[in-house]
Write a protein that binds this ligand. Structure first.
Ligand code: HEM
Length: 193
């Protein structure tokens, strides 16, 4: 009899311990789900209200998503990891002719933001971050090419000789030889400012 009641007590204790753990698990899960749905609804609300408020009629949904939601903030942390790559310091060597570091196109892609904007023009790498706000054509057109080769866009605008001259202070490096287009072939060199 005593054994039997001990067994029952043991079962009750085990059952309640299991129940407590399950309850704790459930609570943690629902907190998580709660957080997620709260952020999703905040996202939906902010996105739709910005759309309605938009006075210039433009679609601000993506801007809103970019700035307001938890997912984007997490992405910023991921980006922080990506951006801590030491690409200002070239691992591809040094160009003796220009006394400048050599960069690959991939190195340049790391600098694709308003506060850190590099572009490639005529196989040369320019850090135009400080020039963005004073560009006569506006910062948006340049930001479209942030982290990329902008030579064709630059040429298609028909920039003046003064514009070409004003590039010089922003030069930070040269493309590695295997990725050059304009300076690789002698018949194209005359086209380069
Ligand atoms: C570091 C690179 C750049 C520099 C130094 C620069 C400089 C200038 C300057 C000085 C002007 C005034 C007009 C002129 O003198 O030609 C201008 C206008 C303009 N630029 Fe740039 N620019 C650069 C890159 C770009 C890029 C990548 C684009 C991409 C499309 C662009 C698009 C324009 C546009 C649309 C205008 C206005 C043209 C007009 O209203 O007549 N620029 N830029």
């Amino acid at each position: 009899m005593e054994n039997e009641s001990n067994g029952i007590i043991q079962n009750v204790v085990q059952y309640s311990a299991g129940g407590t753990i399950a309850a704790l698990g459930y609570q943690m899960l629902s907190t998580l789900v709660g957080d997620l749905s709260a952020s999703t609804s905040t996202l939906a609300t902010s996105a739709s209200s910005e759309n309605i408020d938009s006075s210039d009629g433009s679609n601000n949904t993506m801007d809103s998503i970019k700035t307001n939601n938890v997912l984007t903030k997490s992405m910023a942390w991921l980006n922080w990891g990506r951006r801590s790559s030491p690409t200002q310091y070239s691992s591809s060597g040094f160009d003796k002719e220009h006394s400048l570091p050599l960069f690959t196109l991939q190195d340049v892609t790391f600098h694709d933001m308003h506060h850190d904007c590099w572009i490639v023009l005529y196989d040369r790498v320019y850090d135009v971050t400080s020039f963005l706000s004073s560009h006569p054509g506006g910062d948006e057109v340049m930001l479209e090419y942030a982290g990329h080769d902008a030579t064709l866009a630059f040429r298609s605008v028909g920039h003046s000789k003064e514009a070409e001259e004003s590039l010089k202070p922003y030069l930070v490096g040269i493309l590695v030889e295997s990725e050059r287009i304009w300076t690789r072939f002698s018949n194209m060199k005359s086209d380069i400012p």
